[in-house]
Write a new protein. Sequence first.
Length: 343
Amino acid sequence: MTASGIMLRALNGEAVFPPPVWMMRQAGRYLPEYRELRKRANGFLDLCYTPDLAVEVTLQPIRRFEFDAAILFSDILVIPHALGRDLAFEEGRGPVMTPMTGTDVARLDGSGLHQHLAPVYETVRRLRSELPVETALLGFCGAPWTVATYMIAGRGTPDQAPTRLFAYREPAAFAALLKVLADVSADYLIRQIDAGADAVQIFDSWSGVLDEVSFQRFCVEPVAEMVRKVRQVHPDVPVIGFPKGAGSLYMGYREKTGVTALGLDWSVPFSQAKQLQANGPVQGNLDTMRLVAGGRALDEGVDMILSQLGNGPLVFNLGHGIVPETPIDHVQAMLDRVRGTKR
Ligand code: CP3
């Protein structure tokens, strides 16, 4: 059974008011029930690869807040892991991988990919049968550029200098890496949709560090290829693109990649967001620190988004993932304000 609620209506271009709401990283450390379960699990990856646990964590924020969409609990880095790269999540450090060299690219092994990811597909299947019909189930993956930055640096960096340098010094190896990632990530999304995902989001969290030419080559073209592949199999399933930090390069991104909806970070001005919304749905874009601060800062942030973007197709969301310090009461206050607002 597929979902039929306001999330899919908004993604299909309808101006729903009040708009559907969900939050990037809505399952995670700001929730006491997540922290509790995380303590009992054998590490973060164990949560991702054990359907019982991944289903439970995905449902936690839905039970508490009744968001209009659930996002599969997993991580963008399960793709390099499934390609044979090592991966660990260290407390307080985030993901750690062995940095990749040019010669490693040819050794990436996708032969066991779908077997490795089978627990993820099982999680999606169970979720779709457990969620209410009005709640959309979102699948996701990282965009090739963003996933490549972690594979090459072996960790998060503030500016992705190691990967930019790699891309310029070893253009052939880098192009080959992006191609592998685009191919397997498209297959991964197709399988998530086969298993019951109602829409998918492609996270390009690091697209804001590139110049115009490289943005086109490393962000736009691989995502366009992925969208083309997904559409061949699932022509009607909405795809949300999130090229975080793209700035003025947000203009044209929807048209060039073919994504259905555009995820906006909070630095996108409303004047630009409205122009983008004239061509289709937008998602976003509350500053996560307004949510941490609460009170007037939060109310003002919510009101601005609703008044500026509430007349067109909008999915209310944060401009990036919720941070662990966020008070739970503020999430409820945000929801009450969005849902209680009259046009
Ligand atoms: O949104 C959701 O609730 C679904 C789950 C989800 C996670 N990661 C769980 C997670 C999603 C959609 C992601 C995406 C993701 N992962 C991105 C793109 C979005 C973004 O925030 O930019 C990126 C870049 C990653 C890679 C990653 N995973 C990093 C850099 C980190 C460390 C920083 C951090 O937030 O801890 C992770 C770990 C991670 N992924 C956690 C969770 C709940 C925390 C792990 C823990 O419990 O210790």
